[in-house]
Write a protein that binds this ligand. Structure first.
Ligand code: SF4
Ligand code: SF4
Length: 447
């Protein structure tokens, strides 16, 4: 087994090699053939429905508002120009079920609607936060949480951390974007520092990114609020709780703001700079497509709403008939049932691995999963509680603290997918909570 650096961290074997499959190659532009049709879900990235602004038959442009998210009141924009020709049920990666998508026939004219006007240098913090909302920016590190919420009415923040750690194997989009958009990153960092009134903004990434370090250092003197810090190559160093502890020695209970910190992804920061300074919205996304199950591994720039199957085809197709397709990296992502899913703003990668038969053995009670869980819970005990359907025990073992990092499955010598058991436990707790709420409502309605 690989080097264990401390409780809750692990140096993952082969991570550098997996990243080298794409990190040194240029980002490819997707072919027109692959994006002749674009598919925009009629739900937000978290599967909550949109209030729709368009219908089948409408002409759309880059920047047309497809709909407004009903949960956070933020727009979802169209990424190409053309015509909405149909609605189609496609599998949605987050919803875990088919949902309606608008099918947009791309006319390749790239006609744009100016969705936003740039803000002047004297814009207030409130105006900037509103601009971030109007730009529809969500966390691009994977979570997809609306960025403006973190900065609305913000107080008592002294540090903003910009997360470029990208600790999952295979993924290299944060790295490529930091390499190519250093000025936008530093400008966005300064904006986020200003609107949160933070004393410093830290851009954090792994120490081996020496080229990014050198490029940023050439111009960082012009951005006095911003500092660069490197972190060790361990997993899950990019998890915000771990990163805050590493950089500030602080811990918190529920939210980073309790530790006077806000964490954003580096790509989110770049989008903030584009929206605020140039009135630009996010319509395209760089995704890492990697693993031994795809013919050519590369980062590819695609419009949001591009089908995964089209990207794979563009890269020469699958190397095997039997592959595992993951949206994201292999540690935290779920396998997809098919490749008809589309790229959402918070999707950073597609990992495709040749099928490997894994035979689980009985639990050895070795404790490795407990020893390495960064959330400090007991995955093996949760697994036992899930197997015996003991919901009270699952709750008392604090299963909801699991961040689904995948370390317990990775470390398990018996090759038990412990993470899946913990996820099941979380789902059971959520369902129980929903049932309780429904019962409460029904009881109140009877009164
Ligand atoms: S997946 Fe959850 S239970 Fe397993 S190690 Fe990560 S945080 Fe702990
Ligand atoms: S790591 Fe695997 S074998 Fe060891 S206690 Fe956890 S579940 Fe059991």
């Amino acid at each position: 087994m690989s080097i264990i650096s401390s409780r809750g961290y692990l140096h993952l074997k082969g991570i550098k090699e997996s990243k080298h499959l794409t990190s040194d190659k240029e980002v490819l532009e997707i072919s027109n053939e692959a994006i002749a049709k674009i598919y925009i879900p009629e739900v937000g990235p978290n599967a909550v429905p949109l209030t729709l602004n368009v219908k089948v038959g409408d002409e759309v442009k880059v920047g047309s508002v497809i709909g407004i998210r009903t949960d956070f009141n933020i727009p979802v924009y169209c990424s190409v120009s053309g015509k909405i020709i149909a609605e189609e049920m496609l599998f949605h990666a987050v919803a875990g079920r088919p949902v309606k998508h608008f099918v947009i026939e791309n006319d390749f004219k790239d006609e744009k609607i100016k969705a936003l006007e740039p803000l002047g240098e004297d814009a207030s913090a409130e105006e900037i936060v509103e601009q971030i909302r109007k730009a529809g920016i969500v966390g691009l590190g994977g979570a997809g949480f609306p960025t403006y919420i973190k900065y609305r009415g913000v107080k008592d923040i002294d540090t903003v951390i910009l997360n470029g750690v990208e600790c999952e194997p295979f993924l290299t989009t944060d790295y490529k974007e930091m390499q190519e958009k250093r000025e936008l990153l530093l400008k966005g960092a300064t904006i986020l520092g200003r609107i949160s009134n933070a004393k410093e903004v830290i851009i954090a990434f792994k120490a081996d990114k020496v080229d990014v370090m050198a490029k940023l250092n050439e111009i960082i003197a012009d951005y006095p609020l911003v500092k660069i810090k490197t972190v060790k190559d361990a997993y899950p160093m990019g998890w915000e709780r771990t990163l805050i502890k590493e950089l500030t020695s602080r811990e918190y209970d529920r939210l980073p703001s309790e530790a006077h910190v806000i964490v954003n992804n580096v790509q989110t920061t770049i989008e903030v700079a584009r929206a605020v300074l140039y009135g630009e919205i996010m319509t395209h996304k760089v995704v890492t497509v990697s693993g031994d199950g795809v013919t050519k591994q590369s980062n590819v720039r695609v419009p949001i709403g591009t089908k995964v199957s089209s990207i794979v085809e563009f890269l020469g197709g699958y190397t095997d008939e039997n592959v595992a397709l993951l949206l994201g990296g292999p540690m935290t992502s779920k396998g997809q049932m098919n490749d008809g899913v589309v790229i959402l703003p918070n999707c950073n990668g597609i990992t495709i691995l040749k099928h490997r038969a894994i035979k689980s053995l009985p639990c050895l009670r070795c404790g490795a999963c407990v020893e390495h869980c960064p959330a400090g819970i007991q995955p093996v005990e949760i697994k036992i509680a899930v197997e015996s359907k003991n919901i009270d025990r699952i709750a008392s073992l604090n299963a909801m603290s699991c961040v689904e990092c995948g370390l317990c499955s990775y470390i398990c010598p018996s090759k038990i997918d412990v993470t899946e058991f913990v996820k099941k436990g979380k789902l059971q707790l959520r369902l129980q909570e929903q049932k309780k709420l429904a019962q409460q409502k029904a009881a109140e309605a009877k009164k």
